[in-house]
Design a binder for this molecule. Structure first.
Ligand code: SF4
Ligand code: SF4
Length: 375
């Protein structure tokens, strides 16, 4: 029997949901959502789960990852129950629910704690970075107080624990998605075909384009390259490109002396894409361009600002390498770039960053479902 959590309605508000209990189950939200079909009934179904306190059903739901937060449902809700915001809050709740340490819950529920942990991590990482340059004067001074080995080992342990948390989070999500695999699935969908559909979606963002229909009146006269789906596409592929470039750098141990090394070319292009996407996303949120950009919480800001700083500093460094410029300012930029990048890695499992793993996985399970089809 499904476990009931009576305090769910109050709890989910701490993750950014409005008062969804105003919902009277009319179904408008599901009817207007361009992304629902007979296999993915949301957001109404998830609101029902929330009202009944069925948190386990929510954590098992891949549907909450199919929503791209366009806000169409909230615009059409006659009760102002803000189902779009509710879906976003559910994703934060799910990220916190899959992650095993409980840290994500604290980060999402408390802005002061979120800022506190970000600052503390920055300080710890700064010390850790000194272990890269142990002969610098400031390093020698710090190592007199905190021994080199302690700082270095502490850094490695923190990185390992973060990686482990992410692996457990992914494992928990997959376990929940596959727990009650629908026995009624008659027609099997092959793994290959599901992967193909997933790749197609990641490459084209076809579903997100459908989602953009919400603000039809605003976006329909605009060029594709400024629409939300494209902004998201640029951020996602910029992020993937930077991961590839960093991995190549690590494997090939490229010295940072030429901009024509493959990892540098990929890194520069990816950095530009990241800058483009995150700049538009930040700008849209500042001017609240449409309803879907009106509600931005700290987790959204942090994700975008971190990406933006990582992109800007990375791009600056590429230009410095191109001009063979190695002055004090560039060294500061380099440290800032490493600091922000490492902080993103450390916060990956405990923040909105985790959706970069969870959403594609949910999409895979969705495409793998035998009943995918029209409403
Ligand atoms: S449109 Fe509003 S009232 Fe109707 S089911 Fe959706 S959330 Fe509930
Ligand atoms: S925010 Fe958009 S994609 Fe998400 S449930 Fe509402 S209408 Fe659907």
């Amino acid at each position: 029997m499904a476990k009931i959590y009576p305090g769910f309605a109050e709890e989910i508000k701490k993750y950014g949901a409005k008062d969804f209990s105003a919902c009277y189950n009319c179904g408008n939200c599901t009817a207007v959502c361009g992304l629902t079909d007979k296999n993915a009934n949301f957001p109404r179904m998830l609101i029902r789960y929330g009202m009944l306190g069925q948190q386990e059903e929510i954590l098992k739901s891949k549907e909450l990852w199919l929503c791209y937060a366009c806000g169409e449902c909230s615009l059409n809700c006659p009760r102002q129950a803000a189902p779009g915001d509710y879906m976003s809050a559910l994703r934060r709740y799910a990220i916190a629910g899959y992650e095993p340490t409980g840290l994500t819950k604290l980060i999402f529920k408390s802005n002061p704690f979120s800022i506190f942990i970000t600052v503390i991590l920055a300080v710890v990482l700064s010390f850790f970075l000194l272990t890269i340059k142990p002969d610098a004067e400031v390093s020698r001074w710090i190592f007199n107080i905190f021994p080199y080995n302690v700082i270095h080992t502490m850094g490695l342990v923190i990185f390992s624990l973060t990686g482990l948390s992410m692996v457990i989070g992914v494992f928990n999500l997959v376990r929940k998605f596959t727990k009650d695999k629908v026995k009624a699935d008659k027609k099997k969908v092959s793994v290959w075909s599901s992967i193909k559909n997933l790749m197609n979606e990641l490459a084209t963002m076809k579903r997100y384009k459908t989602c953009d229909s919400e603000e039809e009146s605003h976006w329909k006269t605009k060029s594709e390259i400024v629409k939300p789906w494209f902004v998201h596409w640029m951020i996602m592929w910029g992020f993937i490109g930077l991961l590839v470039a960093t991995t190549l750098d690590f494997i090939l141990k490229d010295p940072a002396t030429s901009i024509w090394l493959p990892s540098r070319i990929i890194g520069t292009l990816a950095g530009l894409m990241m800058m483009y996407g995150s700049s538009f996303a930040i700008y849209y949120r500042i001017i609240k361009v449409t309803r879907s950009y009106k509600t931005t919480n700290l987790a959204d800001w942090m994700l975008l600002i971190f990406l933006w700083i990582a992109g800007l500093t990375g791009f600056w460094l590429e230009v410095s390498v191109g001009f063979a410029s190695d002055n004090f300012f560039n060294q500061i930029v380099f440290m800032l770039h490493i600091l922000v990048s490492m902080e993103m890695v450390l916060l990956f499992a405990f923040s909105k960053f985790a959706h970069a793993f969870y959403r594609p996985l949910a999409l895979y399970f969705y495409f793998n479902s035998a009943e995918v089809g029209k409403k």
